[in-house]
Design a protein around this ligand. Structure first.
Ligand code: ADP
Length: 406
């Protein structure tokens, strides 16, 4: 009997040692991963591995400290994550965040804390939950959760210990990755803003230093200053818009709309720009309608941007054709142009932040953010955006969106 219980203690200690060894490896990987998305994915996968559960998720508090949003989950598609949040009241994550205490719920249906909203959206069936706070120096940044122990066994003390240790390591790594991301972005932005700024400073300095500048030259310099200052303003505004979308601070205001209507409005807005360049803008709509649950203003922004590019990168006398067509339970919105096309080597980069193709003589310089914003908005809708292009012949951008079938 004594032998037996000693063996049990030793077996328990060996198991614990193996877990600690595993956690040391995890700590090293967490420490080395600076890309936030990769890091979050690793955290949720490790959490389910360590605890033998069906799924895991990380919820992070937004910058205003008001909402808990899913940042990563093993059972949720990344495109659906951003729109899912849980309330602070009457939810496990909300309770763990506000009290700073860990929590186990063996049967969620017996619990007042469980928030059913997420299961309803995902069609997932949560039976049990274990959750720990993500905390750095007593500042809580979010919650790490695992659900449904495999085989429906109860959560053990070992599971809780593993998740607590993982949670405290994860919190520090998430904070580091965020800081790293910010410093990286700030240097990108500063670098990009420097070009128009240098031009503004250069031309205004010349105007100040030169005596008796001829009127025509004065006008030309002022024109450049005005154009570059406007571009600087556009860059700042677009950049702020993109940052809001990426961080989840900009929410979609969805309503049921006919995509034809959004396409028509965007085309009407762009007609003067097309006429100015002698470009024929034609439309082909869904018959009778293409209903979708979308943020109308945001989708309008996407189409206006694609049309504006199709006009801007076209040749005078060229064509732009906008099509809205159903394809199964999706809608395809296509913007086709007969412009200069996009060389294959730059095609994979055109959706990157600040990416701009080579500037041609007389072309208005852009901010290089339009397509990044468009892609972000379309993906927030659970859709995708694709491009095909033949240099010298033209490009086709296709936005794929889910149709509202109900
Ligand atoms: P911007 O137009 O402000 O430069 P975008 O993000 O909208 O920024 O586009 C990025 C780049 O992709 C453009 O600089 C251009 O080189 C290329 N591009 C976008 N749309 C088209 C198009 N319809 N035809 C050719 N090139 C395009």
């Amino acid at each position: 009997m004594v032998e037996n219980s000693r063996d049990l203690v030793i077996a328990g200690l060996l198991r614990r040692l193996a877990r600690m060894q595993q956690l040391l490896i995890v700590a090293r990987i967490l420490n080395e991963t600076l890309d936030l998305e990769t890091l979050l994915r690793y955290i949720v996968e490790t959490a389910t591995d360590l605890t033998g559960t069906e799924a895991g998720s990380v919820l992070l508090l937004d910058s205003k400290g008001e909402h808990l949003r899913f940042a990563a989950a093993t059972n949720i598609k990344p495109s659906a994550l951003r729109e899912l949040s849980v309330p602070m009241e009457n939810s496990v994550a909300g309770w763990v965040l506000s009290t700073g205490k860990a929590m186990i719920i063996p049967d969620v249906h017996q619990s007042q804390f469980f928030y059913v909203g997420v299961d309803e959206v995902l069609g997932f069936h949560t039976r049990s939950i274990m959750a720990v706070p993500l905390e750095i120096h007593e500042r809580r940044i979010g919650v790490l959760e695992v659900v449904n122990k495999i085989g429906d066994r109860p959560f053990t003390d070992d599971d809780m210990e593993s998740l607590m240790i993982l949670g405290s390591l994860a919190a520090v790594s998430i904070e580091n990755a965020r800081l790293f991301q910010q410093s990286d972005l700030i240097s990108d932005v500063v670098h990009e803003l420097r070009t128009p700024l240098t031009s503004i400073i250069g031309y205004s300095k010349m105007l100040l230093m030169m005596d008796n500048v001829p009127a025509a030259m004065q006008k030309q310099f002022l024109g450049t200053i005005h154009r570059e200052a406007s571009r600087l303003g556009d860059m700042v505004n677009n950049y702020l818009d993109l940052a809001r979308l990426e961080s989840g601070r900009a929410q979609l205001h969805r309503e049921n709309v006919d995509l034809n209507e959004v396409a028509l409005e965007a085309a009407e807005l762009m007609r003067p720009q097309a006429a100015e360049r002698d470009i024929a803008l034609t439309l082909e709509l869904c018959a009778p309608a293409c209903p979708a649950h979308v943020d109308k203003a945001r989708l309008h922004q996407v189409l206006a941007n694609l049309l504006s590019n199709a006009i801007k990168y076209n040749r005078p006398g060229g064509k732009v054709h906008l099509t809205v067509a159903p394809a199964g339970d999706q809608a395809h919105i296509r913007v086709q142009d007969t412009g200069e096309g996009i060389p294959p080597d730059i095609l994979p980069h055109i959706f990157d932040k600040f990416f701009r193709g080579e500037e041609k003589e007389g072309q208005v310089k852009g901010t290089g953010l339009g397509l990044s914003i468009a892609k972000q908005i379309v993906e927030m809708h659970g859709g995708s955006i694709e491009v095909q292009s033949v240099p010298g012949e033209g490009s086709t951008f296709t936005v794929v969106l889910p149709l509202e079938t109900s």
